[in-house]
Design a protein around this ligand. Structure first.
Ligand code: FDA
Length: 305
């Protein structure tokens, strides 16, 4: 009950526009520096270097979402391209993750697709891959249709499917062969479209992972849930699915010991590394997922980090 209340509270806060705007000015606060790798490209490249040295590969995310001004979306597009160039110039091992609402999806679909195309061209030039994060359900079908359009010209792009959605398995069946990240789902969705019970979400999640793996498709299992991870490892051994067909992913700053352990066992372990001024919505969703994180947020209130 308390857990549910605090989850709803942080999801509500994550959408608060005034706090979001304020947070961009404050710089990293409330302990956010523990899960956000700075605000500049050089700072995130340094963090990635350190993670690479530990045997972890990365995907970097220039934070931002729900953009409503064209100039902001153009700026974000440039930042993504500069990030890809910095990855290439520094030689670090990292892909890029993007959000379509950051690149203008709520302004104009064609404008957004053109921005993504510029990013994919830059990724192609530097031999890199771009994963389109999945946002809330109001953007879900637009994201899938844009992916379908982009995949006609680009093979260096994939997206994310969320297991809390009833339509997860059906949508997954239409994405055979597409490199996907599979997650449980981070937004507050209604019972009309999404499972509300944890056990139902976990069950659907595992079934979706097995479904995508069995079609021979590249699958990223993005979860901090050690039970799910163990089951996936066991399943892949049973079905002789090679380690080159899947990877595990976790967020920067979470379960770092487990991340390193998985990498040492010879699996690809990719860390999602967010950076930038627009950290507030991302950080609130992380607090919503795991109320225990609140303690470090409160500690962060009293530190200057
Ligand atoms: P969950 O929160 O369900 O926890 C299950 C169990 O795992 C817990 O009970 C606990 O035992 C253990 N556990 C979890 N976290 C722990 C911790 N920090 N320390 C110790 N134990 C812990 N969502 C989305 O909607 N769109 C997206 O594009 C993405 N992208 C994305 C990328 C990556 C790399 C990750 C890891 C996640 C996402 N997500 C996402 C978020 C995702 O949907 C989901 O909300 C979170 O990962 C939380 O669910 P988990 O599966 O991690 O475990």
């Amino acid at each position: 009950m308390v857990e549910k209340l605090s989850k709803n509270f942080f999801l509500y806060l994550s959408k608060n526009k005034i706090l979001n705007k304020g947070a961009k000015k404050w710089g990293l606060r409330l302990g956010a520096a523990q899960v956000v790798a700075g605000v500049t490209i050089p700072s995130v490249i340094e963090v990635i270097k350190g993670l690479n040295e530990k045997g972890l590969v990365c995907t970097v995310d220039h934070l931002g979402e729900f953009v409503l001004r064209k100039e902001e979306a153009i700026d974000s597009t440039k930042k993504c391209i500069e990030t890809l160039e910095a990855i290439s110039a520094s030689g670090v091992n990292s892909q890029l993750s993007i959000k379509l609402t950051q690149l203008g999806l709520d302004i104009d679909r064609t404008f957004c697709v053109n921005n993504v195309r510029q990013i994919l061209d830059a990724a192609r030039k530097t031999n890199n891959f771009v994963q389109i994060d999945m946002e809330d359900h109001s953007h879900y079908y637009q994201t899938l249709s844009i992916l379908e359009e982009l995949r006609k010209t680009y093979d260096n792009v994939g997206t994310v499917l969320q297991a809390y959605l009833y339509s997860g398995k059906k949508d997954l069946a239409g994405l055979r062969g597409v490199p996907l990240r599979l997650v449980k789902g981070a937004y507050k969705e209604s019972a009309e479209v999404a499972f509300q019970q944890k056990d139902q979400i976990d069950k659907n999640y595992l079934e979706m992972i097995k479904q995508h793996l069995l079609t021979g498709s590249y699958t990223a299992i993005a979860s901090h849930d050690h039970r799910i991870i163990e089951k996936v490892m066991k399943f892949c051994k049973q079905w002789n699915i090679p380690k080159t067909q899947f990877e595990f992913q976790m967020l920067y700053g979470f379960r770092t010991e487990l991340q390193e352990k998985i990498a040492k066992e010879g699996y690809t372990m990719r860390v999602y590394v967010p950076f930038g001024h627009d950290w507030y919505g991302y950080f609130m969703r992380r607090l919503a997922e795991r109320p225990q994180n609140v303690s470090f947020a409160l500690k962060g209130l009293f530190s200057k980090k």
